[in-house]
Design a protein around this ligand. Structure first.
Ligand SMILES: *[C@@H]1O[C@H](CO)[C@@H](O)[C@H](O)[C@H]1NC(C)=O
Ligand SMILES: *[C@@H]1O[C@H](CO)[C@@H](O)[C@H](O)[C@H]1NC(C)=O
Ligand SMILES: *[C@@H]1O[C@H](CO)[C@@H](O)[C@H](O)[C@H]1NC(C)=O
Ligand SMILES: *[C@@H]1O[C@H](CO)[C@@H](O)[C@H](O)[C@H]1NC(C)=O
Length: 371
């Protein structure tokens, strides 16, 4: 069991986001209680998400099939039909009890599972400062582990208030894979439970944020015709009023190709661990006929289940945002490493923000003790 939420779109049922061994299915029951410690045990509808990338354990929803669930305060999934549940097991608090129509945040970013010794400080600081300029007020990151320098920067952003760090010790329960494909990366669950954290983040922010962006730590969902995400969505949403899922193409900017003038090879950033995204302005062409692994801007109230590159169950459908309106700036190892600079496109969109971005990054590096 990971988290429990009331789902007001489905008659106020309790949805427990869970991780289930797909080859060991058994009937599950739901024991839910009100504040007066009155508990009821009921049947459940177990929904294992259709995307699991072949791993044994899959992201799942256990839907409790009872009555009067909205006044319950805590819930437990059990295999015991009699409800004489093992009371030593921890009940989960039930969240999202109240529907809200105004939100604390307009844009929240969900970053799934940070793990190993990830220590890419400069790219993280540049990306966070870029998000802020684009109008993001809230970033949620699921932390399994990270490197010592990034730890310092995360603490800084947590103190500042923009970053919510969710403890995600998945490696204490399962052997997580370090990649998405079970053929290539051994493990019991895909990518440190990425599918679970993305779904958890949607429900966590359902009544907190107008929109939620689901992307990786090294990706920026970048408007190319608007100066920020608010003006982008002010155009997109009325043009597609029922749509709750906006799909954004991913584009790779190889970290191996450097911009010629060296204008952002700044002395201040020389000793900061990580990639300087401002030096990487060459974009790989996208081969025709190949699947583009898009990422999403969603209205969380219109999503029931999500995968990484699309939703699995939503209300209202999805829309592919044209490449010239919005695309992902993804600075990383090249995908088509054989391409020379001449075969790549020059794409300096990040530079449009330099006047504010550079001093803001410096300020953050000072406040977090790097400069
Ligand atoms: C999942 O369940 C199967 C069938 O009960 C069992 O053989 C297997 O060991 C379980 N997997 C793990 C990783 O526990
Ligand atoms: C919830 O409230 C209803 C009355 O509104 C009551 O009949 C029911 O027993 C309560 N359920 C629980 C689990 O407390
Ligand atoms: C969200 O957007 C609305 C309308 O553009 C604005 O009035 C409000 O201040 C914004 N909220 C935050 C937290 O920035
Ligand atoms: C991230 O998780 C690791 C492992 O539990 C912990 O040592 C570290 O302090 C956490 N970092 C932050 C910034 O919460």
């Amino acid at each position: 069991m990971v988290s429990a939420f009331i789902d007001h779109r489905l008659d106020g049922v309790i949805r427990v986001i869970s991780i289930i061994n797909r080859s060991s299915l058994q009937p599950l029951y739901c024991s839910y209680c009100s504040t007066e410690q009155v508990c009821k045990t009921v049947d459940t509808d177990v929904q294992i998400h259709s995307d699991h990338f072949g791993f044994t354990y899959g992201a799942s929803d256990v839907i409790c099939k009872g009555e009067h669930m909205q006044n319950a305060t805590h819930v437990l999934i059990t295999t015991d039909k009699e409800g004489s549940a093992d009371h030593k097991m921890e009940y989960l608090p039930i969240k999202n009890k109240v529907v809200r129509e105004t939100f604390k945040f307009n844009f929240t970013i969900c970053i799934s599972s940070l793990f190993d010794n990830y220590n890419n400080v400069l790219q993280f600081a540049q990306t966070m400062e870029m998000y802020k300029l684009l109008g993001v007020q809230h970033v949620v990151i699921y932390n399994t582990s990270c490197g010592p320098d990034l730890e310092k920067l995360l603490k800084h952003y947590e103190t500042e208030g923009i970053l919510e760090i969710v403890s995600w010790p998945i490696d204490q329960f399962l052997n997580p894979s370090r990649g998405w494909n079970s053929q290539l990366h051994a493990g019991e669950i895909q990518y440190f439970g990425q599918l679970v954290t993305l779904n958890e983040c949607i429900y966590r922010n359902m009544y907190q944020s107008k929109y939620v962006l689901l992307n990786d730590i090294d990706e920026i969902i970048m408007p190319y015709k608007h100066t920020n995400l608010a003006s982008l969505m002010e155009d997109l949403q009325p043009a597609h009023p029922n749509i709750g899922v906006f799909l954004i193409e991913n584009h790779i900017f190889p970290k191996t190709q450097f911009e010629e003038s060296g204008k952002f090879k700044r002395a201040e950033w020389k000793n900061i661990p990580g990639i300087n995204i401002m030096e990487h302005i060459y974009r790989e062409p996208f081969p025709k006929g190949v699947f583009n692994p898009k990422k999403m801007i969603v209205n969380p109230r219109k999503v029931q289940q999500t995968s990484v590159h699309s939703t699995l169950k939503d209300f209202g459908g999805s829309f592919v945002v044209p490449f010239d309106v919005c695309r992902i700036v993804h600075v990383r190892v090249p995908l088509q490493g054989h391409l020379t600079k001449k075969e790549l496109f020059v794409d300096k969109r990040v530079w449009d923000f330099e006047q504010e971005l550079v001093p803001n990054v410096d300020q953050t590096l000072k406040l977090s003790g790097f400069l």
